[in-house]
Design a protein around this ligand. Structure first.
Ligand code: BES
Ligand code: MN
Ligand code: ZN
Length: 534
């Protein structure tokens, strides 16, 4: 889909060449900017509308009683005299929050889908040029037009090929010019975001026989077409050489060979410490010998959505080119039961040297992530973030709205929280008190891979924390947010690409003012200073 950004006065859109026109109506803004001068006179004669200009239509619409409700309301108008676009859809914003904008758009777009499914060119008029709002619009359009076709060629892809975003011209003052260049930048970021999300959805949605570890490796290699991206894909022999005994133990039950994917995005000088992203890439999770129940097991094809989000972020970075270094690590394998599979009670040695008693082979995500986290240390990252569909318990705790966020350092937690809020890809912080690690104690290894059922998401995070030392680390549990299990939107969501990309762009901007050579955001605790010496 092609997006374009234009600055246009509302009434010039009457004659704009387009299929449909969607106008987002924000009463406050429209009145404030004086675009509706005659709203009162129109209201008094609303039985007989005189003004068929677009601003006149909005004025009438604003005074229609049934559109006054708080929730967004949509009006579908055909064949308006003097207006080229057909149909015109007015979508009223409820309140001023980003969420209200998203809701209004979703309603407007679903009205469009039903009324004019063949529409190829959509123009949208936005009431303002704020960057976050612009990106929210772009994402809503891309989400609404998304159709998965790879293993369903009969599915009809959306006809929508061009979307023109029209932001208002607010005047010619320097302030407005500043807003316009900000809007241009936000627009580029929005375009990169939707590309990355589409890539993440594609790989998330593919069934496990169309998204094997080998195929994930190829997907990563395809991103090396971007000049700033390098990709290496390691196989079983190289992984054995690295000593990733924990990762290898999970792959043992599968006929599919494991892959360890290492991606570099080089947007800043070599001396600049990277952010490392680690994505869980279990391409199918049967549970292994601790086999999962059959019902709904198909959904475990989504167990590589963490990996897919890392691939998606790299796609976005390739498109956008921000000044930051990012390393992407993806341990990818299947978790299968077999004569050769790892068994409950088996003890394996991780790359860190710590031994692990595997008390439940279904707690496999942490077993592949821990070796990737150890591998990440060599990059001396300014921050390391792992993304994983790690625990069913996270769905119990937070449902499908917010991802679980764990972080050792408050600054990183706050930065990720904010990135989630501004992209409507929210997360929520959960605690990491030492007491939660009690249950992981084992008589037969340095640690067990599971504790009892209580606080399952937290004990999983405590397990991972054993492998990050004093790195500036965060963990996102996306078990509830990475895909939808039912409804018309069943499938991968592309989350948390928006959160991660926005965080990285913010980091890149901050780096223009502070040197990136150390981990400036980590609070210097005793452990953090120990690390600097190491
Ligand atoms: N991939 C699952 C977690 C999961 C389950 C995500 C359902 C989304 C929906 C993970 O590998 C797993 O099986 N976790 C176990 C851990 C348990 C054995 C301690 C779980 O959540 O039940
Ligand atoms: Mn599992
Ligand atoms: Zn899993």
């Amino acid at each position: 889909m092609n997006f374009e950004l234009k600055f246009s006065a509302l009434n010039t859109l009457s004659t704009v060449k387009t299929g449909a026109l969607l106008i987002l109506v924000d009463p406050k803004h429209q009145e404030a900017s004086g675009q509706i001068k005659n709203s009162k006179s129109v209201a008094s004669k609303k039985s007989e509308p005189k003004d068929s200009s677009l601003s006149g239509l909005i004025a009438q619409s604003l005074h229609a009683a049934h559109l006054q409700s708080k929730s967004p309301r949509v009006q579908l108008l055909w064949n308006i005299p003097g207006v080229t676009a057909n149909p015109v859809i007015l979508a009223h914003l409820g309140a001023a929050q980003l969420k209200d904008l998203k809701n209004a758009l979703q309603q407007g777009l679903s009205t469009l889908k039903t009324a004019a499914p063949e529409c190829a060119h959509l123009s949208i008029f936005l009431p303002d040029v704020s960057g976050q709002r612009l990106q929210t619009v772009m994402q809503a359009v891309a989400d609404s037009a998304y159709v998965y076709t790879t293993t369903k060629p009969s599915a009809k892809a959306s006809n929508l090929s061009k979307v023109s975003l029209h932001a208002p011209i607010l005047g010619q003052t320097p302030k407005v010019q500043f807003d316009q260049s900000n809007a241009q930048e936000a627009f580029r970021e929005g375009a990169a975001r939707v590309e990355g999300m589409a890539f993440a959805k594609e790989w998330g949605n593919r069934p496990a026989n169309h998204a094997t570890p080998t195929m994930l490796g190829k997907a990563a290699l395809s991103l090396a077409k971007y000049p700033k991206i390098n990709v290496q894909v390691l196989g079983p022999r190289e992984v054995a050489k690295l000593g990733m005994g924990s990762f290898m133990s999970v792959a043992k039950g599968s006929e599919e060979p494991l892959r360890f994917i290492v991606m570099h995005y080089n947007g800043a000088p070599k001396s600049s410490a990277p952010v490392v992203l680690v994505g869980k890439g279990i391409t199918f999770d049967t549970g292994g010998i601790s086999l999962k129940p059959g019902a709904g097991m198909d959904e475990m094809k989504f167990d590589m959505c963490g990996a897919a989000s890392v691939l998606g972020v790299f796609k976005s970075l390739g498109e956008l080119g921000p000044k930051i270094n990012v390393v992407g690590l993806i341990p990818a394998c299947e978790n299968m039961p077999d004569g050769r599979a790892v068994k409950p009670g088996d003890v394996v040695t991780s790359m860190s040297g710590q031994t692990i008693e595997n008390l439940n082979t279904d707690a496999e995500g942490r077993l592949i992530l821990c070796d990737a986290l150890t591998y990440a240390e060599r990059f001396k990252p300014r921050a390391i973030i792992d993304i994983a569909t790690l625990t069913g318990a996270c769905i119990i705790a937070l449902g499908h709205l917010r991802s679980g966020l764990f972080a050792a350092q408050d600054q990183l937690a706050a930065d990720l929280m904010e990135a989630g809020e501004r992209t409507l890809d929210p997360c929520w912080r959960l605690p990491l008190d030492e007491e939660y690690a009690e249950g992981l104690k084992s008589n037969f290894a340095d640690t067990a891979n599971v504790a009892d059922r209580s606080a399952g998401s937290i004990t999983a995070a405590k397990f991972l924390q054993r492998f990050v030392g004093t790195m500036n680390w965060a963990h996102l549990d996306i078990a509830g947010s990475a895909w939808k299990s039912s409804g018309p939107g069943k499938g991968a969501t592309g989350r948390p690409v928006p959160l991660l990309l926005s965080y990285l762009i913010e980091e890149a901007q901050a780096a223009q003012f502070t040197p990136l050579t150390s981990t400036p955001k980590a609070k210097s605790s005793t452990t953090a200073s120990k690390r600097k010496k190491a």
